[in-house]
Design a protein around this ligand. Structure first.
Ligand SMILES: [Zn+2]
Length: 87
């Protein structure tokens, strides 16, 4: 499974850590460039850590995208409003 790039800085230099215990497994994925850290528990193996790092990245990218659209909509509304009031 491919490790996606860091959501904060875009680096692909990501440390994947899985302590390997069969129960109470703790792991993390950490960007070596900017130290952005995702702590991961309840995973089975390294592949799982990667999957969760990728999922967290996708979740944040999604939110950033949605917020961007909302900001655009607000700016458009305000611009339309301004046009109306100056006419
Ligand atoms: Zn980073």
């Amino acid at each position: 499974m491919q490790v996606r790039s860091c959501v904060r800085c875009g680096s692909t230099n990501i440390e994947i850590y899985d302590c390997g215990y069969s129960s109470f497994n703790a792991g993390h994925a950490c960007c070596r460039e900017c130290s952005y850290l995702v702590n991961i528990t309840n995973h089975n193996n390294e592949e799982d850590v990667i999957r969760k790092w990728n999922a967290e990245r996708a979740r944040l990218r999604h939110r950033i995208n949605d917020m961007g659209k909302e900001i655009e909509a607000i700016e458009k509304m305000l611009a339309d409003d301004k046009e109306r009031s100056t006419r």
